[in-house]
Design a protein around this ligand. Structure first.
Ligand code: PEP
Length: 254
C-alpha cells in the first residue's frame, strides 16, 4: 500500500501582520500548538515580516514559512519586486504562485505563474501553485477546462523533476474571503480533476501530488473538508490571522 500524504496546514496572511504583530502571533500560536510529526504547518507572511517570523519561530523548526509571491525576473530594475534568489536567506522554504488575488489585482497570467514556479524551484523553494475558477466559470460548466488550462500553462516550462516538487492549492475564487465554502463534495470533485490532469497530461505521480483546499476554511469546517477524498490539507486566509483560530485549525486530525 502507498504511503499516505502528509497533511499540510498553510496560512496565507496576505497584507496582514507586520513585523511587530508577527512576533506576537508566533508567540501566542506556539504556546497553543505543539509540534506534530504527522503534519506540516507553514505560514506565508507578508515579505516585510519574513525576518520577524524567522526570529520569532527560531526555536520551533516545525513552523515552516514561505513567500507569497516572487518576481518573474531574478534581478534588475523592478521597483518593489522580490527576487526568488533573495528568499532562501530569510529561512523561508516555500513560495506561493498564482494566487487569484495576484491574478486579479496584478494581472499575473498563467505564463507569468509558470515563470515564477521556475524561479522558486531554481533556488530550492517548494512552490504551491494556486488554481481555481470564478463563479461565472463554474456556472458555465467550465470547472474542468479552467483548472486544466491553468495547470497546463503554468507547468509548461517545468521538467518532470520540478513538477514532482510542487504542491497545489484548489481555491475556488467564489469561496475566497467570502464566507462561502465549497462543500466537501465540491472540493473532492475539483481535486479529482486536478489529480487526473497531473497524471494524464503532466506525468506526475498521483499518489505523491499534494493538493490543498482553500476558500473560507475555519475551525468549524476543517474536519469535514479534510475528510473529503483527495484533500491533503488546506490553505487558509482570514481564519489564519488569529492565533487561536489558526491553532484550532492546525489541531485537526490530531
Ligand atoms: C486565500 O486567500 O488563500 C484564502 C483561502 O482566503 P480565505 O480563507 O480568507 O477565504
Amino acid at each position: 500500500m502507498s504511503e499516505p500524504r502528509t497533511p499540510v496546514f498553510a496560512a496565507n496572511w496576505k497584507m496582514s501582520h507586520g513585523p511587530a504583530e508577527t512576533g506576537a502571533f508566533v508567540e501566542r500560536f506556539a504556546a497553543r500548538h505543539g509540534p506534530r510529526g504527522d503534519a506540516t504547518v507553514v505560514v506565508f507572511p507578508p515579505a516585510i515580516s519574513l525576518a520577524a517570523f524567522a526570529a520569532a519561530a527560531s526555536g520551533r523548526p516545525d513552523l515552516e514559512f514561505g513567500v507569497q509571491d516572487v518576481h518573474t525576473e531574478v534581478e534588475g530594475a523592478h521597483t518593489s519586486g522580490i527576487s526568488a534568489a533573495m528568499v532562501p536567506a530569510t529561512g523561508a522554504t516555500w513560495g506561493l504562485a498564482g494566487h487569484s488575488e495576484r491574478r486579479r489585482e496584478f494581472g499575473d497570467t498563467d505564463v507569468d505563474v509558470g515563470r515564477k514556479l521556475v524561479r522558486l524551484l531554481e533556488v530550492g523553494l517548494r512552490p504551491v501553485l494556486c488554481v481555481g475558477e470564478t463563479l461565472d466559470e463554474r456556472e458555465a460548466g467550465r470547472l474542468a477546462t479552467v483548472l486544466e488550462t491553468q495547470i497546463r500553462d503554468a507547468l509548461r516550462p517545468l521538467g518532470r523533476e520540478g513538477r514532482a516538487r510542487l504542491a497545489y492549492a484548489y481555491e475556488p475564487v467564489w469561496a475566497i474571503g467570502t464566507g462561502r465554502t465549497a462543500s466537501p463534495a465540491d472540493a473532492a470533485e475539483a481535486h479529482a480533476i486536478i489529480r487526473e490532469q497531473l497524471v494524464r497530461a503532466e506525468g506526475c505521480d498521483a499518489e505523491r501530488a499534494v493538493i490543498l483546499y482553500g476558500g473560507s476554511v475555519k475551525p468549524a469546517n476543517i474536519d469535514a473538508l479534510l475528510a473529503a477524498p483527495g484533500v491533503d490539507g488546506v490553505l487558509v486566509g482570514g481564519a489564519s490571522l488569529d492565533p487561536d483560530s489558526w491553532a484550532a485549525i492546525c489541531a485537526a486530525g490530531r
